[in-house]
Design a protein around this ligand. Structure first.
Ligand code: NAP
Length: 259
């Protein structure tokens, strides 16, 4: 897979993607908003894993900053001495942590930009470069919430899944693959960042970042399109797809707010 570009690299799933990819000797381009955290992570990755790490501090919700990351994703062979991207991991995301009706509408639009627009833009640039080289992989992070009615977050994650499936169809025969991972609740900084109280959710519903990331990377290596890590969320995901939609809406209404 060569060099991997990971968005949302400084915390949770993104950081775990970096460590597992580094352990498999992939060089990295790491992206998030916070320069200090990126620099600290890059230093640890270089020192412990001995890989090369480029840092891009960028807010993917800002068009000019997204364009800088897209330009890096579009690099083809030998351009400016930079390695082309062999694996793009569109991982950055956040829970709005608010009601669509009463919350801040700008925050909803920002969520759309980070979790939909940026995923589309980076996938577009990266796949064009990968198809020209005849190899590469896109890995997009969705959520089991895509099958529920948890506001715009569910809508964005449903878009990510449908988009990735469409991309996989279009990429067939090119040597480039597209995979979408749909994690369930995972112990990261996600809920704290959204100011959500998840203290009442039992331990057994939580996945670890290690479980999610190893299942996702294994799916990429196999060229698998859809992956839902852990047996619990495989069953939950199947149940939400088979159940009548009114049952899913009714159960969703009774659940604690987790996005
Ligand atoms: N945790 C879960 O239960 C769960 C379940 C299903 C799906 N997911 C999905 O998994 C992905 C990773 O989330 P996580 O759980 O690992 O959350 P996390 O621990 O909060 O990490 C989020 C990462 O994204 C970066 N980020 C956030 N907004 C950004 C922006 N506008 N531009 C660039 N980078 C940005 C953050 O760094 P900075 O703040 O420095 O930018 C951080 O590195 C998300 O797409 C999320 O929707 C999570």
């Amino acid at each position: 897979m060569g060099t991997a570009l990971v968005t949302g690299a400084t915390s949770g799933l993104g950081e775990e993607f970096c460590w597992q990819l580094a352990a498999a000797h992939h060089d990295l381009v790491i992206v998030a908003r916070t320069q200090d955290k990126l620099d600290a992570l890059a230093a640890r990755l270089r020192e412990i894993a001995g890989i090369s790490v480029e840092v891009i501090a960028a807010d993917l919700g800002e068009p000019a900053e997204l364009a800088r990351v897209a330009a890096r994703a579009s690099v083809r062979r030998g351009h400016g001495g930079l390695a082309p991207i062999g694996l793009l991991v569109n991982n950055a995301g956040f829970g709005p942590g608010q009601s669509f009706l009463t919350g801040d509408f700008d925050r909803e639009l920002y969520g759309l930009d980070v979790m939909v627009r940026a995923v589309m833009a980076l996938s577009h640039e990266a796949t064009l470069a990968m198809v020209a080289r005849g190899r590469g992989a896109i890995l997009n992070v969705s959520s089991v919430a895509a099958d529920t009615g948890m506001g715009t977050y569910s809508a964005h994650k449903a878009w990510v899944r449908a988009f990735t499936e469409g991309l996989a169809v279009e990429l067939a025969g090119t040597g480039v693959t597209a995979t979408v991972v749909s994690p369930g609740l995972t112990r990261t900084h996600f809920h704290e960042a959204a100011h959500l109280d998840v203290s009442s959710t039992p331990d057994w519903v939580w996945s670890s970042p290690e479980q999610v990331v190893s299942a996702a990377l294994e799916a990429v290596r196999r060229g698998q399109v859809l992956v839902t890590p852990t047996p619990l969320y495989k069953v939950a995901s199947m149940a939400t797809r088979l159940a009548p939609r009114w049952v899913v809406r009714s159960v969703t209404q009774r659940l604690p707010h987790v996005v």
